[in-house]
Design a protein around this ligand. Structure first.
Ligand code: ADP
Length: 416
């Protein structure tokens, strides 16, 4: 297809997804327990993601390189070919769209492997692909376990590029396997993201953002604000408001449309509870939450949880928990908070809250993270690139850099 026709097809696909959004969001809730409005928001994001990339499909351009009057030299951006997309269960269709849409816009064919915990919406998407009229074989969906289906995809000789979102451990395995075929990879592997709040910040705004960023999707978000660094002058004021607002959040099944749904699986529930219990054993102070809400005797529900006085060397402080569990550290000096924020081997997102923009911009240069957000969280939506440094990953998704993951540069040089 021409780039323009690819764009048209992707626009059509977006419209079809939008028409089916009720069913798709229902399937997300059914699969991973997402509250109704959260699932609806996710599908809205999927539609927008396909639209963004549809619009970009015919704006992918190479360059001419001046080598002097005896030469003509230019680049063509060539689609990689067949690309594999291995996604996790926290935003099943959202993560799939983030990965598929730019690959399709670039002119690649795609094979999607949803997570074994959350394949329903991907399968439903399969019917919509037919309705949109994509040529046979352009979009393929393979369900299955990671070690089988995922690993076969990564190792398949026809697969020319791999995009993976998930855990650091699985990311290492995929990177290793991709290396055998010298295949390009995009890896987004999560983090332990610091939110740094200075005394001159708009505290209520910072609290609202911290609530959303720590507890939204029940904390099962790579870019959640899982470490709160509060300047000691405002720490208690912040925490009182934070606690007050957190305890008003509702927790329940998706159909009640609560603020927090259950965690996605028994495995995830057990993992989160074991971090909480270990944190208590290690001497961290549980300020609130830490259990299932009283009204439930079963189910994967966890109350919004906050720990204080957390030793930086404990698992609670270091690991990505992927549940509604935030921890707080206090700081006095900027140098001290830079050190603490950069202390671990992940670096996905950091946030700074301060009305002093010079300070924030300066500080952003000292934070080893793929994104730094100032006075807001989850900034950038579909257009701004996202990805990690250190063990948080390789490559950038979203925006135009997201499309360039699926293109290689061919240089054509002519001696006149
Ligand atoms: P989680 O996100 O639950 O921590 P993973 O990072 O292991 O788990 O899983 C994310 C995605 O990676 C899932 O689609 C899973 O099936 C897939 N996966 C797991 N192991 C492998 C593997 N060895 N090779 C390829 N894909 C894998």
């Amino acid at each position: 297809l021409t780039p323009f026709e690819r764009g048209k097809l992707l626009y059509k696909f977006s419209d079809i997804i939008e028409k089916n959004s009720n069913n798709l969001s229902y399937l997300e809730s059914l699969d991973v327990g997402k509250p109704k409005s959260e699932a609806e928001g996710d599908i809205n994001g999927v539609v927008n993601c396909f639209r963004y990339n549809a619009g970009a499909a015919d704006k992918i351009e190479g360059a001419t390189i001046p080598l002097g009057s005896e030469f003509v030299d230019y680049t063509e951006l060539v689609p990689l070919g067949v690309t594999a997309h291995i996604v996790p269960w926290n935003f099943p269709l959202g993560m799939a769209a983030r990965s598929l849409a730019p690959a399709l816009a670039a002119g690649c064919t795609v094979v999607l492997k949803p997570a074994e915990q959350s394949s329903l919406s991907a399968i439903a998407l399969g019917d919509l692909i037919k309705e949109a009229g994509f040529p046979e074989g352009v979009i393929n969906i393979v369900t299955g376990y990671g070690e089988q289906a995922g690993s076969m995809l990564v190792n398949h000789p026809l697969v020319k590029g791999i995009t993976f979102t998930g855990s650091v451990e699985t990311g290492k395995i995929i990177y290793g396997n991709a290396a055998k075929g010298i295949k390009p990879v995009v890896l987004e592997l999560g983090g332990k993201n610091p939110m740094i709040v200075f005394p001159d910040a708009n505290i209520s705004k910072a609290v609202d953002d911290a609530i959303d960023a720590s507890f939204g999707n029940s904390g099962q978000v790579c870019s959640s604000s899982s470490r709160l660094f509060l300047h000691e002058d405002i720490s208690e004021e912040f925490l009182k408001e934070f606690e007050d607002k957190a305890l008003k959040l509702t927790v329940g099944p998706p159909e009640e449309n609560p603020n927090l749904g259950p965690l996605a699986s028994e495995e995830q529930y057990d993992k989160v509870m074991s971090y909480i219990n270990q944190g208590i054993k290690d001497g961290s102070k549980l300020r609130f939450g830490g259990t299932r809400p009283n009204r439930f005797s079963k189910g994967y529900y966890v109350m919004p949880t906050l720990f204080e006085k957390v030793d930086m060397t404990t698992q609670l402080a270091k690991d990505e928990i992927f549940g509604p569990v935030a921890i707080v550290h206090n700081f006095k000096q900027e140098e001290e908070v830079i050190k603490m924020a950069n202390a671990y081997d992940t670096g996905l997102v950091a946030g700074i809250y301060s009305e002093n923009i010079s300070r924030s911009l300066n500080l952003s240069r000292h934070l080893d993270f793929g994104s730094v957000w100032i006075n807001g969280w989850f900034i950038g939506g579909l257009q701004a690139p996202t990805g990690g440094v250190k063990m948080s990953g390789i490559g950038r998704e979203r925006g135009m850099p997201g499309i360039h993951n699926y293109l290689y540069i061919k240089n054509i040089g002519v001696h006149l």
